[in-house]
Design a protein around this ligand. Structure first.
Ligand code: ADP
Length: 718
């Protein structure tokens, strides 16, 4: 191996610029690699006066191959094919100069080949881009040749030009190949600079976004990335540009109709032959369908979870509506109906509060179906059929909304697609659920409708189960209370029955054993006791029997009767039992007959008088006042006892209720007033209790007038 001999460049120095200028012009306009090589060989020939030269490049397998040559035979090329002093990743390769192949022992084996071809001297000039080796130039001489520094420098200069041109051509070639591949891909492809600015976009990108290259370069302005995904996209992009690592990210990209669709964006750096990043290529594949399928699955899983959670029904509806927005709907609303088919509860989730009126308008259920103006959405829902509107156009809103304000509401919200579904429980429509897209402008597809049908059916089952469970709970509570009340009642009744019987038996025994010894006053007192206790016993048993009969649904027939006659008889009876009690008995009107049962009326009066007797001081009078209004006759029993507190005026009519304020004043079972209320109601009247403003209680009842004109005279009796 020989190094070059020291020698000055030619004195005229004028040989350099022209061939190099030609070379530069030639490579700049070259469209094929062969044109570059041709220009290189021309430049070598012109600059170095060498007739034979060749250009070799590493192929994809790293083997040095002839790419262009001048004055070389096919045999020679075949014999030295692949021969190279360097391997592909050799860094900073230096020229190798062989002044005489006969003097170089390393080329001993190739000597016959050189001789055959008439080659005595050789130069290997590396074709390198920076430190990266692409291939080599070869210069061949027929005689031994001492290389000058100038010759080597010239060859190296040409080599640098050619390496650069080859690299550029590679770029163009790979970009051309990339373009033809990407244009055929169902993906949006953009090429960016190392700074991340768009240089080029492919046809799919152009069509999908509807943007020109210039507009695409201004992508921030055109909101190509969904505002919600923008920040993350920017952070990841900046990281990738800084690290040079490939990037993968999911984000929504704006389509030419303004809707956003999910894309998987992958960005890859494209490196030059010297290893530096020259470009980035981003490829975005539409994954909207996959995303939506995932969202549907997630929603179904989430609502199934909520449906089995212990949420209260209202909260459950709100939760289910909330989970649908924004992935599956821009608006979701769920309404429940009462027995009269009115919407009683509406839970709404929307991406914007402004959408509520539209939603509520839909829930008025009067909306017509544009397919069949004779039917309404409400009718369809009530009949248990879902209503699907894939294209809720403006015309649809105008033809459907029953009122002008609803048209306005619908137009302002511009629903894109919607679906209303009935919620059914055992064949009955108990509510309506609506899913709609508005601002996202996303149309619903069959898979969405299928999902909503599934959601509505699961929700229906859950609501039905909850209702059943709640009514079972109430029934179980009622049973528990009834059982406890029955136990309490039995204890109370047996005590209440036992007390008068003990008194009656005691007095009867005394009379029987000591009848002759007793004076007449004691005998009368004992008999009066027996009579009083027997009356009480009678009342309790009578009340129990009436209650039992009423529970079984047995009612007596009503007929016209004169109330005053019944009151007279009951008061007369009562007086006999309580001869010392003062009564005031006032009729404020000529009363007409009422519709009712004398037997019931007697029972009511006895109970009320007996209570007045029990709960008011013996010296205070009991008043009975009769009056009437246009269609009722009213009887009030007034006493001067402790009265009834305002919060007990209803309670005292419930079975077994006894006020703590009066419990010590008299015995009782707590069914007298219950019986009174049931008997009054069975006759179509009302009953009430009140505290008298000047002390004591008022127990009043009314009975409907019979409409007959048989009048009773207004009187007053003491
Ligand atoms: P009982 O008298 O056997 O307890 P009732 O059903 O007749 O049962 O009355 C229920 C409750 O109403 C009584 O326990 C008492 O507390 C209250 N009450 C009834 N009548 C009067 C009255 N005239 N004055 C004050 N409280 C009364």
């Amino acid at each position: 191996m020989t190094t070059f001999v020291e020698q000055s460049p030619p004195q005229d120095g004028g040989m350099w610029p022209y061939p190099l200028y030609e070379l530069t012009m030639a490579v700049a306009s070259a469209r094929e690699p062969a044109e570059i090589f041709e220009a290189a060989l021309n430049a070598l020939a012109a600059s170095l006066d060498v007739e034979r030269a060749s250009v070799l490049l590493f192929d994809a397998q790293g083997v040095m191959r002839f790419r262009a040559w001048r004055g070389l035979s096919g045999e020679y090329r075949a014999a030295v094919d692949g021969h190279s002093p360097w391997v592909p990743d050799t860094k900073d390769a230096a020229p190798v100069l062989v002044e005489d192949v006969h003097a170089d022992p390393e080329l001993e084996s190739l000597r016959p080949t050189f001789d055959q071809e008439g080659i005595r001297a050789l130069a290997f000039i590396p074709l390198a881009l920076g430190t990266h080796l692409l291939g080599k130039f070869m210069l061949y001489y027929a005689e031994p040749h001492a290389f000058t520094e100038w010759e080597v420098l010239t060859a190296q200069t040409i080599a640098a030009h050619v390496a650069f041109a080859i690299d550029q051509q590679d770029h163009r070639e790979s970009e051309g190949r990339l373009r033809s591949v990407t244009d055929a891909l169902p993906a949006l492809v953009a090429t960016t600079s190392v700074e991340g600015e768009i240089i080029d976009i492919d046809e799919s990108y152009r069509q999908y976004t509807g943007l020109t290259l210039a507009q695409a370069q201004d992508w921030r302005n055109y909101q190509v990335i969904h505002p919600d995904d923008f920040e993350q996209a920017m952070v990841l992009w900046a990281e990738a540009l800084a690290s040079g690592e490939p990037l993968q990210n999911e984000m929504r990209l704006r389509r030419n109709d303004g809707t956003y669709r999910w894309h998987l964006m992958q960005a890859k750096p494209i490196r030059n032959r010297d290893g530096a990043i020259g470009r980035w290529v981003t490829v975005s594949v539409d994954i909207e369908d996959r995303k939506r399928a995932e969202a549907r699955e997630r929603y179904l899983a989430a609502i199934t979870n909520s449906l089995v959670s212990p949420l209260e029904s209202g909260d459950l509806l709100a939760e289910i509506a909330r989970q649908a927005v924004p992935t599956l709907a821009d608006v979701c609303t769920i309404g429940l109906f009462d027995e009269t088919n009115q919407t009683v509860r509406v839970e709404t989730a929307t991406i914007s509060e402004a959408e509520r009126p539209f939603v509520e308008a839909i829930h008025l259920r009067a909306w017509r179906l544009h397919l069949d103006p004779a039917r309404t959405i409400g009718e369809e829902i009530t009949a248990g059929r879902p209503v699907c509107v894939p294209d809720a156009t403006e015309a649809w809103a105008r033809s459907c909304a029953p009122r002008d304000d609803q048209v306005e509401a619908a137009l302002s919200l511009a629903p894109r697609s919607l679906m209303c579904l009935p919620l059914l429980a055992r064949g009955e429509t108990i509510g309506i659920v609506t899913f709609a897209t508005t601002v996202s402008k996303r149309p619903y597809v069959q898979a969405d409708f299928d999902l909503f049908v599934e959601v509505a059916s699961r929700l229906s089952i859950a609501l039905d189960n909850r209702q059943l469970y709640e009514s079972l709970q109430v029934a179980a509570d009622d049973l528990r209370h009834a059982n406890a009340a029955k136990d309490e009642f039995l204890g109370l009744v047996s005590h209440e029955l036992k007390t008068p019987i003990t008194m009656i038996l005691g007095n009867a025994e005394v009379l029987e054993r000591r009848l002759d010894e007793l004076d007449s006053a004691s005998r009368s007192a004992a008999l009066l006791d027996i009579h009083g206790e027997a009356t009480r016993l009678h009342r309790i048993i009578e009340n129990l029997l009436v209650l039992a009969r009423l529970e079984q649904g047995v009612f007596v027939d009503r007929e016209p009767m004169l109330v005053r006659r019944v009151v007279d008889a009951v008061v007369k009876d009562h007086r006999r039992s309580f001869p010392t009690r003062r009564f005031t008995f006032t009729w404020l009107m000529p009363s007409t007959p009422v519709l009712g049962s004398e037997q019931y009326l007697e029972q009511i009066l006895r109970n009320l008088l007996s209570n007045a007797e029990k709960y008011s001081p013996a010296a205070a009078p009991i008043e009975i006042v009769g009056s009437r209004n246009t269609n009722e006759l009213i009887v009030r029993v007034l006493d001067r006892g402790p009265g009834v507190s305002d919060d007990e005026v209803d309670q005292i009519f419930t079975p077994f209720y006894r006020s703590p304020a009066t419990a010590t004043l008299a015995h009782g079972v707590g069914i007298g007033l219950t019986v009174c209320r049931r008997l009054i109601e069975a006759q179509g009247g009302r009953i009430w209790a009140a505290r008298r403003s000047d002390g004591g209680s008022e127990f009043g009842f009314s009975l409907p007038l019979a409409g007959d004109d048989e009048e009773e005279p207004a009187t007053s009796a003491n």
